[in-house]
Every structure is written in structure tokens, then in C-alpha cells.
Ligand binder design. Structure first.
Ligand SMILES: *Cc1c(COP(=O)(O)O)cnc(C)c1O
Length: 424
């Protein structure tokens, strides 16, 4: 793809964009008389126009039918979570037995570690990346302590080489091989939230499993961003949230994947609840727990219908577009942004995210060399000019042009405004 650094080129790209119509399926926040340049879909995706309708329908069924809504609603609540199974499965490259939407990401991570982190005196270590998202780090260290181990001895953090913001897969493999005897779990991000680096899931899953460890993935920044093939890649478990690239609303119910090879692992310890019990026998209310095969067997409670309804609006769009078409456009948008920044701001902006498009998703993480103005001021001025992105201490902004609703025009305007602010 060859780009040109002018507004007419951006407009031409947008006219030729086969996915251009999808922007109209979302509410775009306003800034004064125009639309915001919203580059924060990696943090909270925009609201699809159908969300309110789906939510309203469940409120109506509750008004009209009350308890009978479990069976007689237009989407009976008893099986409500099953509405998402096939669509989530397609999104992450899984079979329907392998996915469920439940709880929130950190809760699911704990539930997965209860089952898949079974430390022994010999094999007790967990490998994560340096600078992991704090919630993941808290979850992992608390699990290590819960099992009577010491994070100082049991937690390994992958530190990038000096001067690098990202880690090399070969280096990860070397650590896995060196720790093979003691490694219980490798827990890495599909896309690292800070640097935007996409990890090589298939390759590192192979390495973890060859070392006798479980391969778990946090796909918070990968689902809805990159095409995934979790089943074929042999991933043991994965968790993700549905409010970032998936646009299912703040604190949305999250996704969870458990590989088919564990589907009938009924002896594996797990925390149980009635929604994980064999659904044919659930309402016999018997004391013995008989888990459903597959990911649904990890459910605890009856699903929160009002929190799940927005996921319908989200997944119908993803299912219609498909991850491959989205990725095509995403490569263009992010490539165009990188090109403009390199052309116009080579000294003022350092891109921390890998240059190789195969090693990143939508997001670029930018370190601002803003001269006399503190970087934080630059960020604030961007906001005042109608650009929404996000700030990470001490001097990084993360910008994510999202292919469902961002345009090359957004990207072009962003680069122009950033240049004006930095040169002011
Ligand atoms: C967004 C994100 C979370 C958020 O966790 P919640 O349980 O949804 O609050 C956790 N981990 C990573 C890597 C994230 O990017």
C-alpha cells in the first residue's frame, strides 16, 4: 500500500472503502458542531445504534411477562447466553463448545486459573509479560499466594531487551525452554495494552505446551481487532472483554474460551455454580454437581440479561462484516496513520508499537517528544480540539483507528491536529 500525505488522498480512500457504511451503525460522539475524532475504541468502543432497541426489548419483556420471560420472552432468558455462542465462536476461531460469555474479564481469569493453574512444589511458575495490565498481575500474584507460593519465586516477568518496548518471540521461547521444568502457566496478551504489540499466539502456545505448561491468553485487546484461530492454535484457555473493540458497553459481560480437549475434563477442579450444571437437570435442584461439557460448564450464575443485551447489537455487526474484511481495512488505517506521523512528525513522535503490521493490531502507542510543553499538555490540547485518545503516564498516548467506524479522514485530521499542537 502506498500512501500520500494529503487530505484528498484520505478522502479518496474513504470513498473507496467497502466498509464505509458501518460508521452509520454507531453513535459518534459530538464535539461542538462536528463529530469527535474518536480514537479510543481500544478502551471503550462506541455504541451501536441497535443497542438501545435490544435493551428496550428485554425491559419490555420483563414488564409484560415478568417471570414468564424466562420461557416466553422473544428471546427466552433461560437460554439467553446461547444467543452469543456461535457468533463469539466465529469471532475467535473456536467451536461452539469452546466459548461462553459470562462475568467480566478478571473474574473469568480467576475462574480459569482455579482450573488451569494447579501448582506443585516442582511446577509452580507463571510467566507473564513485564508491564502487564495491573488487573492481570493482581490476579496472577493473588493466585500464586492463594496456592501457598511466593510471587518472588513463582512469577516470571518477560523483560524486553534494553531500549526495546516490545519482546521478541525467540526470547520468549528461550525463557519458556529455560524454565520448562518449573513452568505451570504461560499467560500472555494477544495484543499488549501499552505497547500495542501483537504476540505470536500460535507459536508461543506451541512453546508453552511443549514445555508441559498451560497456555492461557488475555485477549482483551485482540478480540475484534485481529483474526484469531484459538482452536487450531491449541490455546488452552483465553479470556477477553467485550467493551473494547467489541462495543458492547462499559463493563460488558466478558468472553471465555476453553479448548475442546478440556471440555470433558470433569475431574479438573473448578469453582461451580448452578448455571454450569448440566442444563437438562438444572431445575431438578439436586445436590450433586454435574458440569456441562465445554466452556459453559464454568458458568456460575444465571446470566445478567440487561447487561448482555448490548452484546447482540455488537456481535451482529461483527458477524456481518467478518474479521478478515475488518483486518484489511485496519491494516490500511493504521498504516496510513504511521505513514503520516513519520512524514510529518518524525522527530516529535516516537512509535513504540512494532513497525511490522503482522506484529500489531489497530493501535499505535506514541511517545511524545514535545519539547518545552509537557506531553500531558499536548494530550489535553488534543482533547480540546475534539480528538479522543488515551493517556498513559509518563509521556505516551495510545491511538486506535478502528475499522468499523473510523475513517482515513479521522486519521488525517488527527495527524494534522497533533502537528498543530506540537508545533505551537
Ligand atoms: C481492559 C483489560 C482488563 C480489564 O479487566 P476487567 O476485568 O474487564 O475490568 C484486564 N486485562 C487487560 C489486559 C485489559 O486490557
Amino acid at each position: 500500500m502506498t500512501f500520500r500525505a494529503d487530505a484528498a488522498f484520505a478522502a479518496g480512500m474513504d470513498r473507496a472503502d467497502p466498509l464505509a457504511g458501518y460508521r452509520e451503525r454507531f453513535h459518534i460522539p459530538r464535539h461542538g458542531n462536528s463529530e469527535e475524532i474518536y480514537l479510543c475504541g481500544n478502551s471503550l468502543g462506541l455504541q451501536p445504534r441497535n443497542t438501545a432497541r435490544y435493551l428496550q426489548e428485554e425491559l419490555q419483556d420483563w414488564q409484560r411477562l415478568a417471570v414468564k420471560g424466562h420461557f416466553a420472552g422473544r428471546r427466552p432468558w433461560l437460554a439467553y447466553h446461547e444467543l452469543f455462542t456461535e457468533r463469539s465462536a466465529r469471532l475467535v476461531g473456536a467451536g461452539p463448545l469452546e466459548v461462553v460469555n459470562m462475568n467480566t474479564l478478571t473474574v473469568n481469569l480467576h475462574l480459569m486459573m482455579v482450573s488451569f493453574y494447579r501448582p506443585t512444589p516442582q511446577r509452580h511458575k507463571i510467566l507473564i509479560e513485564h508491564g502487564a495490565f495491573p488487573s492481570d498481575r493482581y490476579a496472577v500474584t493473588s493466585q500464586i499466594r492463594f496456592h501457598g507460593h511466593d510471587p518472588d519465586a513463582s512469577l516470571i516477568e518477560l523483560v524486553p531487551r534494553a531500549g526495546c518496548a516490545t519482546v521478541d518471540s525467540g526470547d520468549v521461547e528461550a525463557v519458556i525452554a529455560a524454565e520448562a521444568e518449573q513452568l505451570a502457566l504461560v499467560l500472555l496478551p494477544g495484543v499488549q495494552y501499552y505497547s500495542g504489540q501483537a504476540f505470536e499466539i500460535a507459536r508461543l502456545t506451541r512453546a508453552a505446551r511443549a514445555a508441559g505448561a498451560i497456555a492461557g491468553w488475555d485477549l482483551a485487546h485482540a478480540t475484534g481487532n485481529l483474526p484469531l484461530q484459538l482452536h487450531d492454535w491449541g490455546v488452552d484457555f483465553a479470556v477477553w472483554c467485550n467493551y473494547k473493540y467489541l462495543n458492547a458497553g462499559p463493563g460488558a459481560v466478558a468472553g471465555c474460551f476453553v479448548h475442546e480437549r478440556h471440555a470433558r475434563d470433569f475431574d479438573r477442579p473448578r469453582f461451580a455454580g448452578w448455571w454450569g450444571h448440566d442444563k437438562a437437570a438444572r431445575f431438578r435442584m439436586q445436590p450433586g454437581f454435574a458440569p456441562m461439557p465445554g466452556a459453559e460448564g464454568w458458568q456460575l450464575s444465571n446470566p445478567p440479561i440487561l447487561a448482555l443485551a448490548p452484546l447482540l447489537a455488537s456481535l451482529e455487526i461483527f458477524d456481518e462484516v467478518g474479521m478478515h474484511a475488518l483486518r484489511e481495512k485496519s491494516l490500511q488505517l493504521t498504516g496510513f496513520m504511521e505513514f503520516l506521523l513519520q512524514q510529518r512528525l518524525p522527530d516529535a513522535v516516537e512509535i513504540l508499537t512494532p513497525q511490522d503490521p503482522a506484529r500489531r493490531g489497530c493501535q499505535l502507542s506514541l511517545r511524545l517528544h514535545s519539547g518545552r510543553a509537557p506531553a500531558r499538555k499536548v494530550f489535553e490540547q488534543l482533547e480540546q480540539r475534539g480528538v479522543t485518545c488515551d493517556w498513559r503516564e509518563p509521556d505516551v498516548i495510545r491511538v486506535a483507528p478502528v475499522p468499523l467506524y473510523n475513517t482515513c479522514g479521522d486519521v488525517y485530521r488527527f495527524a494534522e491536529i497533533l502537528e498543530e499542537v506540537l508545533r505551537a
